[in-house]
Design a protein around this ligand. Sequence first.
Ligand SMILES: [Fe+2]
Length: 164
Amino acid sequence: MKLESLRELLITELQDLYSAEKMIIKALPKMMEKTSSPDLRRALDQHLQETEGQVRRLDQIFDQLPKVDRDDEKCKGMEGVIKEGEEMIKKDAEPEVRDAAIISAAQRVEHYEMAGYGTVRTYARLLGHSDWAQLLQQTLDEEKEADRILNGLSERINLEAKAA
Ligand SMILES: [Fe+2]
């Protein structure tokens, strides 16, 4: 799609995020399987449930754009972020070190999403779609909260990894 307006850029970025969220839904269970920390598993699981809700929020926006194919973009950035994380987590490692690596990978995912959602939230607001902006802000808040929880977990898990 040629980007002739901020609206078209917004739609393309929403499609990109839609693709990213779908990838995250596939990636989180693999991370959960690999962790030895019940707390980390719970945090990832909670974020998996939230991510499903985030896809539904994007669906609510796309439902108002009947001419747009929501599956038209593939987020190569998120694909790379996830692939790098998976390669790191696959390595033979002490369980505590692997848990630190899982947090590191998950936080990369969150930060990538935070950048994306902050942007589309702002575009939506500028273009007068305050209802969309509100939905996107809710997701942005969840991504920030997920990142904060991971930060909290990393304080203990990094020390355990250091001692391993
Ligand atoms: Fe998300």
